[in-house]
Write a protein that binds this ligand. Structure first.
Ligand SMILES: NC(=O)c1ccc[n+]([C@@H]2O[C@H](COP(=O)([O-])OP(=O)(O)OC[C@H]3O[C@@H](n4cnc5c(N)ncnc54)[C@H](O)[C@@H]3O)[C@@H](O)[C@H]2O)c1
Ligand SMILES: O=C(O)C[C@H](O)C(=O)O
Length: 387
């Protein structure tokens, strides 16, 4: 009898948690009734995704639910979180998933979080630059960061919302105003540029020979075969996950500066190859925006990149040694207040910021262009809060 009553109570609790009305008012309802974590679930970190019902947010929720370092996953958005939460919560992995809908539930979504990932905001359509998103996304980022400052001031923040070159300075100013700014804990996510660079470097030869030089490819077969195998030995036959291209600067157009001279495993590129790769990496986002033809920008590759970066942040939080990623951070590497370089992630966030290392002439010229554009974008973000 008692066992049956207990079982009925548990069933009632779970049903109540999943009822859509739980998401209408007061986030604490969602918190209290979602306490159905699998027994024996490993202790881990508490992670919130703000913008969880979006194109990036949904696959990112799925990927972070699969991460064994995540024990609690809070999904916040201004629309559709009940459905996304119900869906993701059925995955038989350890993390407890809780949904939060709308501004009144932001505080509960953020309280106690170790890591906050922010992909909230509008994406580009063809013909737009990332800066065209500033008008809408600046305000969204400000509101969400005010929530972070209030409810989880010690959390690491991974900022994805564009234009990253301006939203990171916005977040910094919000935190400064609130008196909670710790530069090490605010990271603009540029991992997708690195992911693209690693992929494009490996696929260079096929594209280069068949698209850029079709006539050589078909008419000078011997020469081409030599060229193909010579280059293939250098950059192909390698798993893209083994390739590491540092991408520095920022996250828009010419501010995205791949340092191909520092690629690992070491490879050499002709001037034409470096130019081709740099352009493709800088325009990777636009390539996806155009292919999606009005239906948004990169979401799946971005969710992959964001999950990879969040995972590194969690390994850093755990105290693991040698966790290194590129990120757009408060920096003294150049004369700009923010800059993307490799950083070492630790318990405190970006604990060490690496210098640029040796650049070739092409990269030095790219750096100057990147810095000029970045300076304006950073200033625009700072002024948005200071005005
Ligand atoms: N850093 C990068 O490398 C990178 C890569 C891809 C996309 N992005 C950017 O990420 C952002 C999101 O892209 P997407 O494709 O997921 O867009 P999307 O429109 O599919 O999703 C955005 C989500 O944010 C939510 N949202 C809007 N205002 C909100 C608020 N105030 N609080 C919480 N949630 C809110 C929306 O409801 C929506 O669910 C865009 O700004 C895009 O440019 C950045
Ligand atoms: O290009 C965009 O607008 C989205 C994102 O910044 C990307 O690089 O894919």
């Amino acid at each position: 009898m008692e066992a049956q009553a207990g079982a009925n109570q548990r069933i009632a609790r779970i049903s109540a948690h999943l009822h859509p009305s739980n998401f209408q008012e007061g986030g604490d309802v969602a918190i209290n009734k979602a306490n159905c974590r699998a027994k024996g679930g490993a202790p881990g970190f508490k992670v919130a995704i703000l913008g969880a019902a979006g194109g990036i947010g949904q696959p990112l929720s799925l990927l972070l639910k699969m991460n064994p370092l995540v024990s609690v996953l809070h999904l916040y958005d201004v629309v559709n979180t009940p459905g996304v939460t119900a869906d993701v919560s059925h995955m038989d992995t350890g993390a407890v998933v809780r949904g939060f809908l709308g501004q009144p539930q932001l505080e509960n979504a953020l309280t106690g979080m170790d890591l906050v990932v922010i992909p909230a905001g509008v994406p580009r359509k063809p013909g737009m630059t990332r800066d065209d998103l500033f008008k809408i996304n600046a305000g969204i980022v400000r509101t969400l960061c005010e929530g972070v400052a209030k409810s989880c001031p010690n959390a690491i923040v991974n900022l994805i919302s564009n234009p990253v070159n301006s939203t990171v300075p916005i977040a910094a100013e919000v935190f400064k105003k609130a008196g909670t700014y710790d530069p090490k804990r605010l990271l603009g996510v540029t991992t997708l540029d690195v992911v693209r660079a690693n992929t494009f470097v490996v696929s260079l030869v096929v594209v280069y020979l068949t698209v850029e030089f079709p006539s050589y490819y078909y008419t000078s077969t011997c020469w081409c075969m030599f060229f193909f195998f010579f280059l293939q030995a250098e950059v192909l036959g390698v798993d893209p996950r083994e390739v590491d291209v540092p991408v520095v600067g920022g996250h828009a157009g010419v501010t995205i500066l791949p340092l191909l001279s520092q690629v690992k495993p070491p490879s050499s590129f002709s001037a034409e190859e470096a130019e081709y790769l740099t352009n493709r990496i800088q325009n990777g986002g636009t390539e996806v925006v155009e292919a999606k033809a009005g239906a948004g920008s990169a979401t799946l590759s971005m969710a992959y990149a964001a999950a990879k970066f969040a995972n590194s942040c969690l390994h850093g939080l755990k105290g693991e040694a040698g966790v290194v990623e590129c990120a757009f951070v408060d920096s003294q590497v150049t004369d700009l207040p923010f800059f993307a370089t490799k950083v070492r992630l630790g318990r405190g966030g970006a604990e060490e910021i690496y210098q640029l290392g040796p650049l070739n002439e092409y990269e030095r010229a790219g750096l100057e262009k990147a810095k000029t554009e970045l300076a304006g974008s950073i200033q625009k973000g700072v002024e948005f809060i200071k005005k």
